[in-house]
Design a protein around this ligand. Structure first.
Ligand code: RFL
Ligand code: PHB
Length: 392
């Protein structure tokens, strides 16, 4: 088998890259180790930056997102019993975000890929990469007990944090930076109307809470929990009680509860691997970096990596010029680190840290107070939340 680009992983990074390359006439095959149903069953991100929306449009998969997604002009910060609106549109000169689930983005990309007739190998086992330091690398995998070899000119490592792409790089060639937070997010999805028209990020003495949504009839809620918490110990009733406690009185009173249709705990982590390119292997998305979800940046960073990488591969394909490919890692990392900083800052601002002490808590209160009193501080929050510009 041969393709110009072998893509490892059929998450949003891999599927979006595949779609952009396909439209530019660059052959690509995606190798994914899970089933399509499994990939679609993962409930994750919900907030898309304008840049991500634009890229999905460019990939030709924006129609359903525009029809069913919910454009948001702002969100609310809740603390000390009150809610304070962050008016994204006013603070950023007219920009906002789109609430549309990662599951739906993935479904739209899978459909477009099927319609384009591009190949995705699902349930590939023992995926490995060879020859990234040559001009003819290959990807090997096992399918139905048989070894397959996919020859290519480039490999795109889009296989998430636990994937094999990053692990295929010699340890001496890679540098990693990591912060693991002492808590996780317990998330619940339910077919209940969202508690409010906009997202609510709540800082409370019992911990952070987030009210998000997938549609006007489907809600997504999260509460901060200690790392050793087990999802089995959280009945729906316990979850709703805990969420209500962390919200302001008005939100607590208007919260509509119901049966959860998904419930899971995700640990919070900041992580960056440098560089994002090793010979003919290019990392994109969670394979190269992780942010805690507080700033809603993970999926958006994956999209911005794919934007830079697709443009670089298309440029090389058209002209044979490697300038863009050579610039990929440094260019992507500049945006990655700014999103890492923002996600770390927003996590620090809104969560209870077990070791913060009295001083840490007062600083947190002062920062929230400063934020609601200062247009400059709110502008900095808003411009990061809607997404920083690309440097191309
Ligand atoms: P993914 O989605 O992890 O996809 C990687 C794919 O690679 C496959 N794979 C392999 N394939 C072949 N061989 C192997 N050895 C393989 N190992 C793994 C996997 O099965 C999978 O299909 O990475 P990708 O594509 O880079 O996409 C990244 C995003 O999924 C992630 O950043 C976001 O979900 C993060 N995130 C959020 N991002 C936002 O922009 N806005 C949000 O509101 C937001 N909320 C969230 C989030 C992540 C969360 N969790 C659970 C981590 C909320 C949560 C709770
Ligand atoms: C979500 O809807 O899953 C979501 C929204 C905003 C975040 C994180 C997650 O910051």
């Amino acid at each position: 088998m041969h393709a110009q680009v072998a893509i490892i992983g059929a998450g949003p990074s891999g599927l979006l890259l595949g779609q952009l390359l396909q439209r530019a006439g660059i052959s690509n095959i995606i190798v994914e180790n899970r089933s399509a149903e499994h990939v679609l069953g993962r409930i994750r991100a919900g907030v898309l930056e304008q840049g991500t929306v634009d890229l999905l449009d460019e990939a030709g998969v924006g129609a359903r997102m525009h029809a069913e997604g919910l454009p948001h002009d702002g969100f609310e910060l809740a603390f000390d019993g009150d809610r304070h609106r962050i008016d994204l549109r006013a603070l950023t000169g007219g920009r906002g975000v789109m609430v549309y689930g990662q599951t739906e983005v993935t479904r739209d990309l899978m459909r477009a890929r099927a319609a384009a007739g591009a190949a995705t190998v699902y349930e590939a086992e023992q995926v490995s990469i060879e020859g990234i330091d040559t001009t003819a690398p290959c990807v090997r995998y096992l399918l139905n007990g048989r070894v397959h070899t996919l020859h290519c000119a480039f490999v795109a490592g889009c296989d998430g944090f636990h994937g094999i792409s990053r692990q295929s790089v010699p340890t001496a060639a890679i540098r990693t930076f990591e912060r693991v937070y002492p808590f996780g997010w317990l998330g619940v999805l339910s077919d209940t109307p969202p508690v409010s028209d906009e997202l609510i990020y709540a800082a409370h003495a019992r911990g952070f809470a987030l009210c998000s949504m997938r549609s006007r009839t489907r809600s997504r809620y999260y509460v901060q929990v200690p790392l050793d918490e087990r999802v089995e110990d959280w009945s729906d009733a316990r979850f709703w009680d805990e969420l209500r406690t962390r919200l302001d009185a008005h939100a607590a009173a208007s919260l509509v509860t119901g049966m959860s249709i998904e419930k899971s705990i995700a640990p919070l982590r900041s992580f960056v691997a440098e560089p994002m390119r090793f010979g003919r292997l290019f990392l994109a998305g969670d394979a190269a970096h992780i942010v805690p979800p507080t700033g809603a940046k993970g999926l958006n960073l994956a999209a911005s990596d794919v934007r830079y990488l697709s443009r670089a591969l298309i440029e090389f394909h058209r002209t044979g010029d490697t300038t863009e490919l050579d610039a990929y890692s440094a260019r992507a990392l500049r945006r990655v680190w700014k999103a890492e900083r923002f996600s770390w800052w927003m996590t620090t601002l809104l969560h209870r840290f077990p070791d913060a002490g009295g001083f840490g808590q007062r600083i947190q209160q002062a920062e929230l107070d400063y934020l609601i009193g200062s247009v400059a501080a709110r502008t900095a929050l808003a411009e990061n939340y809607v997404g920083l510009p690309f440097d191309d």
